[in-house]
Design a protein around this ligand. Structure first.
Ligand SMILES: Cc1ncc(C[n+]2csc(CCOP(=O)(O)OP(=O)(O)O)c2C)c(N)n1
Length: 376
């Protein structure tokens, strides 16, 4: 078995000290080490963990993602449409429940058979982690070599690989809403283009704008391309966990997530994660057109929800309903003046600019440009 602390210390020596994931009993000792001795963000699901890790990577960390193989399904979208196009090299540890020939529960049987092929199909290089520490440390150096070439690497971890590591007492992180302002008058319903134009016009030199999948990113690009912009392609719903990872690791920058109702609904568990970890340099703006506008305007269920209440109950320090563009401007100014984790919900009109193009810049160029912007 691998002495977990020794292996963790080697990871630390190699620069891997930011962990995120969802627990698995096969990985619990490594997770316990990460919680005890490193920075660990507990994600609501494995896809969120991948997106948080990608944000942390852009923020300058060498992140590690931990997951059970049954959670690999939850992570397929960001592994294929975030990691791959943006060329982000993450280090992962994925447990092998349901290993062929090893008795396990029926729900793990099929995923146990296909975990290695799943990784191969997604072009994620992988190896079974040796349970011999000398060999495992050599494997780690090979993984680092792959990561240095901008490619992800995952270790597949069998039962009984790690020695026991006790979980030290974990303190509760408690955050609480301080300001809530709910809807109390009629909405102006500006277009998304008008809302984005206002945000762009109020840009300053240390603010990063992260635009959700679909027409939000395309319109922001159309208004003005900028080194401080990130346009999510694919991986719908991942913009806010990505923003969390970035905000936690780039505390001197202001991070503005521009979300859509369809996207937020897809990964709503992230509100609880963001609310709890609570970075004050994160402003989460929901432009809610009650539709999947980018794919033809099909209705979402957002009309039936109170996002301001949900964000407040999740621990966002400020949660505010914005009726007019002038209120959006005021809220932006207030957040800049006194940073606190803030959620803004604004209803907008459906529809987008006619003849809307797509970013000409490729995703990995957007990433490299943003990393450069963040270093200034
Ligand atoms: C995982 C995943 N499912 C579906 C899609 C297709 N898709 C792209 S954008 C989009 C709609 C997004 O809706 P919303 O976040 O409300 O933004 P809007 O289009 O309204 O601006 C959909 C369904 C996708 N890219 N990824």
């Amino acid at each position: 078995m691998i002495p977990t602390r020794q292996f963790g210390a080697e990871l630390h020596r190699l620069g891997f000290a930011f962990y995120t994931g969802v627990p698995c009993s096969y990985l619990k000792d490594l997770i316990n080490y990460a919680i005890n001795d490193c920075e660990y963000v507990g994600a609501a699901n494995e896809g969120d963990a991948v997106a948080i890790a990608v944000g942390a990577y852009l923020g300058g960390k060498k992140p590690v993602v931990l997951m059970q193989n049954s959670g690999l399904g939850n992570a397929v979208s960001p592994l294929t449409s975030l990691l791959y196009p943006f060329q982000v090299p993450l280090l992962g540890f994925i447990s092998l429940r349901g290993e062929p020939g090893v008795p396990d529960e029926p729900q793990h049987e099929l995923m146990g058979q296909i975990t290695p092929q799943m990784l191969e199909l997604m072009q994620v290089e992988w190896k079974y982690l040796s349970s011999d520490i000398i060999e495992a440390e050599k494997q780690l150096l090979q993984a680092v070599h792959v990561i240095e070439q901008n490619r992800p690497f995952f270790f597949v971890v069998r039962k009984g690989t790690f020695e026991q590591e006790e979980l030290r007492k974990q303190d509760h992180i408690v955050t609480a809403n301080q300001t809530i302002q709910v809807k109390h008058k009629s909405d102006q319903l500006p277009s998304r283009y008008e809302a984005l134009s206002l945000l762009h016009a109020r840009r300053d030199s240390h603010t990063v704008y992260l635009a959700t999948t679909g027409k939000t990113g395309r319109e922001l690009y159309d208004i003005a391309d900028h080194a401080g912009n990130f346009y999510m392609v694919g991986s719908m719903g991942c913009i806010s966990p990505f923003g969390l990872g970035l905000a936690l690791t780039q505390k001197k920058k202001d991070i503005i997530v521009i979300d859509g109702d369809g996207s937020l609904l897809m990964r709503m568990g992230v509100l609880a994660t963001i609310g709890c970890y609570g970075p004050s340099n994160l402003l989460h703006i929901l432009l809610d057109n009650n539709a999947h506008d980018s794919t033809g305007g099909q209705k979402t269920v957002s009309h039936n929800l109170d996002f301001v209440q949900i964000a407040a109950a999740s621990g966002y320090a400020r949660s505010i309903y914005v009726h007019h563009l002038s209120e959006l401007e005021d809220a932006l100014r207030e957040w800049k003046a006194a940073k606190k984790l803030t959620f803004l919900h604004m209803k907008i009109a459906a529809g987008s600019k006619d003849q809307l193009g797509r970013p000409h810049i490729r995703p990995f160029e957007v990433k490299e440009r943003l990393v450069e912007f963040l270093s200034q």
